[in-house]
Design a protein around this ligand. Structure first.
Ligand SMILES: [Zn+2]
Length: 316
């Protein structure tokens, strides 16, 4: 990987340098890995003014996760040894969805001062389960699911802010990066809201849906997403959220609309079960460690466990 500032200071803190993202996209393409970008960077490419980025998100089909990781390792992006328990994944103003793999592009600011910018890879079954795999290479013209970040439907930002702070449509001279089409991204976010209605992650999805509503309402400046392009039942929900009415009675009515969508998705088997939250995962890990540790130290523990395999029994 050629020398570059892999992270950049923005008005809201450190972010992954978009130039590094171009190199990641190229590495994945070379390895034949279908991918699309995901998260705050995509919102900013659509023209959202969101400031909650601090990570570079990439989604790949589950079956090629390892292949994706190897291609990124080959580019010098080393796997974080702390995995999902890395403290850099916590402390974000909007809860970060724990990735299946992540690295710290800049080791100097990694770990010590969370949250630090990370490059995150996610399995598609967790975030974009209803979309087909992205193509390898550029999406075809009229692809309903994926587009390039240089697509002319995306607004160009010509303000004086730095490129990494403004985003918008990518310059066609940059390496082509795939993102979901805005209508499919909006629908996927609402499905995530329905899946995680009772989970802490709901705040992250709701925040992103709000950004998409702002784009819908920006009818004069931004044409990347029109209400009529969003499929039902999501259009009705976005339509409500995009009105001033939602500012007064959003908790009651918007939740009712979400519950109705959730029921519809469940009835058609389109909604996977909610993921265990990070808190639940840590709790389960702690309980397992306690059980193993206490069991080994107590002299009256039966010599043979009651059929439960003890994964740590071979350890020192
Ligand atoms: Zn880490």
């Amino acid at each position: 990987m050629s020398p570059m500032d892999v992270v950049v200071m923005t008005p809201w803190g450190w972010d992954v340098n978009p130039d590094l993202e171009d190199m990641v996209a190229e590495a994945l393409d070379k390895a034949g890995v279908p991918y699309c970008m995901w998260g705050g960077a995509v919102l900013r490419i659509y023209g959202s003014a969101t400031t909650n980025i601090h990570f570079s998100g990439w989604v790949v089909p589950d079956r090629v996760l390892q292949q994706a990781v190897e291609s990124l390792n080959d580019e010098g992006l080393d796997t974080c040894p702390f995995g999902s328990s890395c403290q850099s994944l916590s402390g974000h103003s909007v809860p970060l969805i724990v990735p299946d793999w992540h690295c710290h592009p800049d080791d100097d600011i990694a770990i010590e001062s969370a949250p630090t910018p990370t490059l995150n890879v996610y399995k598609s079954s967790r975030l974009l389960w209803s979309l087909p795999d992205p193509p390898v290479g550029a999406p075809s013209v009229g692809d309903p699911d994926y587009m390039l970040a240089s697509d002319p439907r995306i607004p160009e930002f010509k303000d004086p802010m730095s490129p990494w702070a403004s985003r918008g449509r990518h310059d066609p001279d940059r390496y082509p990066i795939k993102i979901p089409t805005a209508s499919k991204y909006a629908g996927s976010l609402i499905k995530l809201q329905c899946r995680d209605l009772a989970a802490p992650e709901l705040g992250s999805w709701t925040s992103q849906v709000g950004c998409m509503c702002d784009i819908v309402n920006d009818v004069d400046e931004n044409h990347v997403l029109r209400l009529e392009e969003i499929q039902e039942p999501f259009r009705h929900y976005m339509s409500y959220l995009s009105t001033e009415l939602s500012m007064y009675d959003a908790p009651a009515i918007s939740m009712g609309l979400l519950l109705a969508i959730r029921d519809e998705l469940r009835a058609s088997n389109e909604l996977p079960p909610a993921e265990p939250s990070q808190f639940q995962k840590l709790l389960a890990l702690t309980i397992r460690r306690l059980k193993n540790g206490v069991g080994k130290s107590l002299p009256y523990r039966p010599a043979e466990s009651n059929g439960e395999p003890d994964g740590g029994s071979n350890g020192a």
